[in-house]
Design a protein around this ligand. Structure first.
Ligand code: ADP
Length: 164
């Protein structure tokens, strides 16, 4: 049986915490679908096409675990999971900040579909504080984000903030 997992998010843009999670999650499943939310309420800085391109670039070199597929989706994560044949939703959990929301969301999803489990991977302590929102803020204010994102993402962030 092929184990398929979906890792959903906005990925605006992807950072080292996300990449660490993808690396670890890809050891748990045969195919890992990175679900890129189209209609995220977060007003993304990068367009869907840009977010997808960045994800593909940054995960292209991951060869030791699952097959990695980047899949944009609109609507419910549960529907996207069914669409790609995933029975596991993978999420990252940073300290206490994510818990309340994730707890509620998972409880609701459980009611909607008992066949799909949500599995949480704790953020690596080195990446606990990383959040796309703060990385964008630092880049916008002219700070150096080299410690938080790969070189290619840093370049795109600098491009984005200097051409806006
Ligand atoms: P969302 O719009 O779902 O919050 P994000 O792109 O912010 O999307 O995050 C996608 C997933 O990655 C979520 O499960 C989130 O908890 C997880 N994540 C975010 N930051 C980190 C981090 N620093 N370490 C590990 N996981 C993280």
């Amino acid at each position: 049986m092929t184990r398929v997992g979906i890792y959903p998010g906005t990925f605006d843009p992807i950072h080292n915490g996300h990449l660490d999670l993808i690396r670890r999650a890809s050891k748990l499943v045969d195919r890992l679908v990175i679900g890129v939310a189209i209609n995220s309420g977060k007003g993304p800085m990068f367009t869907l096409e840009e977010r997808v391109a960045i994800l593909k670039d940054e995960t292209a070199a991951f060869k030791n675990g699952a097959e990695i597929v980047v899949h944009p989706y609109a609507g419910l994560t549960l529907s996207a999971a069914r669409e790609v044949g995933a029975n596991v939703i993978l999420r990252g959990l940073r300290a206490v900040a994510d818990f309340e929301f994730e707890f509620q969301m998972t409880a609701m999803n459980q009611q909607l579909d008992r066949e799909i489990e949500t599995v949480f991977l704790m953020a690596d302590p080195r990446h606990q504080a990383l959040a796309s929102r703060l990385i964008k803020e630092i880049a916008t204010l002219g700070g150096d984000v080299s410690l938080f994102v790969p070189e290619g993402v840093k370049r795109r962030l600098v491009e984005k903030v200097t051409t806006r």
